[in-house]
Write a protein that binds this ligand. Structure first.
Ligand code: ATP
Ligand code: MN
Ligand code: MN
Length: 308
């Protein structure tokens, strides 16, 4: 437990109101993290994770028997849905099964109760389904790619976004790679955001064909990083900042300050177990100022600057 001093600036962890069945069920057996341990983690990080998981359509990776059991990637509501989880209807698919969303900590606890061990939101909100409020560039290192090369790729994405007047933030995926996330004023629609990110991924691959590929079919090539821009299309998802991963190690997707990116922090360094301590010792969230930095995506213009 953190000291009172370290807690002084941070809001107190939230009290849980949602009933958990089988609180001792082991979700990450290797680390001894139970369902109740997961609930405690999310209560501790609630103020940090809330903007990324509330008010958005969510896909969930559900693992009723923990990470060693069967896993279900679910985009739609199911029978017996926890009452704290909201049903939402995609306005473009009025006849489909409803989608899933949450609005508050009770909703997040409903996800814990439902064994959702990964939370994957859309890049747009239910207030404006068609206009994403963020870009996610997902950097997927192939085999034999060293970590510093992944960091270089993230910094190149950051520079290229900056050339367009777009600020960006970096997080570990909690798996193998990094995600560069940029706040947008929701103005451009999905098709424009996808075209913009596709052009960026292709430009990186064209400029450094030995380092980057922009298409999944070429991504099997060893030694290269896939610049996966396909998180930026309608209905696509990426794991939320602070979400846990259903993988051994109980890692979480961890927002970092750019100056923290170095060889000592790998993608799975931050976990359910050390993230609450990290946050308690920081004055601000590493992504403080994210929303304030949002700009609208400009329509394409001629003569894009080369990155410096
Ligand atoms: P890593 O750093 O290991 O690549 P990642 O979260 O970026 O971790 P990816 O495989 O690059 O993993 O991304 C897959 C994305 O595709 C997920 O973020 C998820 O939102 C989405 N997705 C679509 N279908 C699935 C599925 N069946 N299982 C898991 N993710 C899926
Ligand atoms: Mn990835
Ligand atoms: Mn990917």
């Amino acid at each position: 437990r953190e000291t009172t001093k370290a807690r002084a600036k941070a809001p107190a962890p939230q009290k849980r109101r949602v009933h958990l069945t089988h609180p001792d069920r082991l979700y990450w057996p290797g680390e001894g993290v139970t369902k109740e341990g997961l609930a405690d983690y999310y209560a501790e990080v609630w103020h940090h994770i809330a903007p990324w998981v509330t008010g958005r359509p969510l896909a969930l990776l559900r693992c009723p028997n923990g990470i060693t059991g069967q896993k279900f990637f679910q985009k739609h509501a199911w029978k017996g849905l926890n009452p704290n989880i909201a049903l939402i209807q995609d306005p473009k698919a009025p006849k489909d099964e409803p989608l899933i969303s949450i609005n508050d900590l009770d909703g997040l606890m409903g996800l814990v109760q439902s064994a959702a061990l990964e939370i994957h939101p859309w890049g747009s909100t239910v207030a404006d389904w068609e206009r994403p409020d963020m870009i996610v560039m997902d950097l997927d290192p192939g085999e034999d790619v060293v970590w510093p090369a992944v960091i270089d790729a993230a910094e190149e994405v950051r520079r290229r976004l900056e050339d367009h007047g777009i600020a960006s933030f970096v997080k570990t995926s909690g798996g193998k790679g990094l995600h560069v996330v940029a706040p947008l004023v929701p103005q451009a629609e999905w098709s424009a955001v996808k075209a913009f990110t596709k052009a960026m991924a292709e430009a990186m691959a064209a400029d450094s064909p030995d380092r980057y590929v922009a298409t999944i079919s070429k991504a099997k090539r060893h030694g290269k990083i896939l610049i996966d821009y396909l998180r930026n299309q309608r209905g696509a998802t990426a794991v939320a900042a602070y979400s846990t991963r259903a993988r051994p190690g109980a890692a979480v997707s961890a927002p970092l300050r750019w100056d923290e990116l170095d060889a000592s922090i790998g993608s799975a360094w931050f976990t359910v177990q050390n993230m609450p301590t990290r946050l308690a010792t920081l004055t601000n969230d590493p992504w403080d100022g994210f929303r304030a930095a949002a700009v609208p995506l400009e329509t394409p213009r001629k003569g894009r600057k080369k990155p410096g």
